[in-house]
Design a protein around this ligand. Structure first.
Ligand code: FPP
Length: 256
């Protein structure tokens, strides 16, 4: 938690009648329901994604204002390549537009962008926009915005195992060095702390291969609201619900 995010967190906690310990500092979101939102309105699916993209920028800004330390968003899973080519192409165009469009917001608010996932098969217009936005925001000291693009939680663990095995082969590590900290530090996200709160929109109760290692002790919150309708009020509702949870990390309750 930097001085930058701490100041905002204290303000939001006071506004919500909470203390800062009750606030989630690291949030992850599975943004779901774009297609259903569009369908209900008789619009093509891509319009749901377009509206979803707008919500991404607004929620990122809300999270800055709330004092969130990291916000990790599931934008595209490795399984999403199975969708129709037209939808994938439309999504990729949106990512590029969005990655360029949010630069002023990120620079103004000290947001640092981090990509999590594989670069394989992502069109170069997206990786170029991603690289430029990450480079531009590299030294920002506020919220970390993690964009899970072409991401798979299982692949992330497989890749970490390969990185560790290679180091053992080169004698840079020994088997005794392998512990939870070692595995965490070889994941895609060593600079992002494990989420305190994982949210999913549109009433689905699945994890869908998202942050499998990192969510071990995370609180899960599901809302029926589709992602294009998600807003600050819904976010605060989730935070209030989180504040009532009794996180025990496998130990005994500290409330009773
Ligand atoms: C799930 O909705 C959403 C996605 C697969 C993509 C997430 C993309 C966005 C929120 C839009 C753009 C994002 C950025 C970062 C610009 P779905 O299509 O699975 O919805 P459905 O379950 O109702 O069909």
């Amino acid at each position: 938690m930097t001085e930058f995010t701490e100041k905002y967190l204290a303000k939001t906690a006071a506004k919500l009648g909470l203390n800062t310990e009750q606030m989630p500092k690291n949030i992850a979101i599975i943004m779901d329901g774009n297609g259903r939102w569009a369908q209900k309105k008789g619009l093509p699916r891509i319009e749901g994604h377009r509206q979803g993209g707008k919500v991404v920028e607004r929620i990122a800004l809300d999270c800055v204002d709330i004092g969130v330390e990291s916000l990790t968003l599931y934008a595209f899973s490795t399984e999403n390549w199975k969708r129709p080519a037209e939808e994938i192409e439309g999504l990729m165009k949106l990512y590029t537009q969005y990655l360029i469009g949010i630069r002023p917001m990120m620079m103004k608010n000290q947001v640092k962008l981090v990509h999590i996932g594989s670069r394989e098969n992502i069109p170069s217009h997206v990786t170029d926009a991603l690289d430029e936005s990450m480079e531009m925001t590299r030294n920002n000291v506020g919220m970390i915005l993690g964009l899970a693009l072409n991401y798979s939680g299982r692949n992330e663990i497989v890749d970490a195992a390969k990185k560790i095995a290679a180091k053992i082969k080169d004698s840079a590590l020994s088997i005794e060095d392998i512990d939870e900290k070692c595995i965490s530090s070889h994941l895609y996200t060593p600079q992002i702390k494990d989420p305190d709160l994982l949210m999913r929109t549109s009433d689905e109760m699945r994890i869908s291969n998202f942050l499998l290692w990192q969510i071990a002790y995370c609180e899960f919150y599901v809302t029926p609201v589709c992602w294009p309708d998600f807003n600050r009020k819904e976010l605060e509702k989730a935070i209030l619900e989180y504040s009532k949870r009794n996180r025990r990390f496998g130990g005994l309750s500290n409330k009773s």
